[in-house]
Design a protein around this ligand. Structure first.
Ligand code: TXA
Ligand code: MG
Length: 311
């Protein structure tokens, strides 16, 4: 399959309307979209990404009005979060409508709903005229793509189209919050912090897996965010710097083979997945990452770094 690369939102939307797959930029990471109601197209997403079929997709909407096409009921708490954070980097899990094929939700009766604020994403969704289900546009298990080139690297020849955009602004995936129960539950940390959510609904909890039961967010049980290289979360006692890479805010003592000095925690969050990919391209085997303070985007960043290091 030839993958068309375009800067035209309308052209990319044509592929969605014809049942194809198009990758598109958002403020978090690039997504790989298909029409939410086209079962065949939805199944092709899983093939293209080699994604386990038990990991559900997020439905992206271009307007608040469109939420009713994918969610059968908007709970009171969901309504509050929508008013406060849409459009933006927040995904809300709600009961799905019958029109959403079970393939999209991995058999669940719920669906994640997100309205991106990125202008090209919004133009694209408007032109599609339908909700678009989209996971991150990487091969399953690889770091999420923050540039269109990273999408190309993983999916060229496997999808119909890539809508070209800039490097994504946030660089980490959206916060996921389950609003189907009385108390909202955060399933994945992102740029919208737990404190942000609690300012709107004080009862909001954070899901922590005990390892025993089925994870509330099926994606949590899959390997994520990992480069091929080994990730180590420290900047102390480093003896193999000459063959290793480093990313962080502090200037390291040692001479690393590859180094990314970040100007802020935001810059670190925005840069980390692309840095992981660059290390893989260069065959680097060990990446040292500076741990950061757990506030603001630092909480989500530490979550991803720990997952990458836990492999
Ligand atoms: O920022 C983002 O969320 C990006 C952009 C493209 O919007 N998308 C993204 O999708 O990161 P993905 O598929 O890579 O991650 C979706 C996460 C997974 O952990 C999945 O298990 C969880 O959301 N999820 C999706 N639907 C769910 C549901 N119905 N119930 C619980 N968790 C769900
Ligand atoms: Mg993903």
């Amino acid at each position: 399959m030839r993958t068309v690369i375009t800067t035209s939102e309308e052209k990319a939307a044509e592929f969605i309307k014809r049942g194809g797959l198009a990758a598109f930029p958002t403020e978090t990471v690039y997504g790989l979209g298909a029409s939410a109601f086209n079962e065949n197209a939805v199944e092709r997403i899983f093939e293209a990404k080699r994604r386990p079929t038990d990991n559900p997709l997020i439905a992206h909407v271009g307007s608040v009005g469109q939420i009713a096409e994918v969610a059968s009921q908007i709970t009171e708490n969901a309504r509050r979060f929508i008013d406060a954070f849409f459009p933006g980097p927040l995904t809300i899990v709600l009961k799905k409508t019958e029109q959403i094929p079970l393939a999209a939700t991995a058999g669940l009766d719920t669906i994640g709903v997100r309205m991106p604020r990125h202008s090209a994403a919004r133009e694209f969704l408007k032109a599609c005229g339908t909700p678009v289900v989209a996971p991150s546009a990487n091969l399953s298990g690889r770091p999420s793509p923050t540039t269109w080139e990273a999408v190309f690297e993983d999916l060229n020849g496997r999808i119909d189209c890539i809508l070209q955009g800039e490097t994504t602004e946030i660089g980490l995936e959206s916060t996921v919050v389950d609003c189907t129960k009385d108390a909202p539950m955060v399933l994945r940390l992102g740029a919208v912090s737990v404190e942000d959510l609690r300012a709107v609904v004080p009862l909001t909890g954070i899901y922590e897996s005990t390892g025993d039961e089925e994870p509330r967010s099926p994606g949590l049980k899959h390997k994520h965010y990992s480069p091929r290289a080994k990730v180590i979360l420290t900047i102390e006692d480093i003896h193999d710097a000459h063959s290793a890479a480093y990313i962080g805010l502090a200037v390291p003592d040692a001479e690393f083979k590859l180094i990314k000095l970040c100007s802020s925690i935001e810059d670190y969050a925005r840069s980390v997945f692309e840095f992981f990919r660059e290390c893989d391209r260069r065959g680097i085997e060990v990446i040292y990452c500076e741990p950061v303070d757990c506030d603001g985007i630092g909480v989500a960043l530490m979550d991803r770094l720990k997952r990458a290091a836990a492999r």
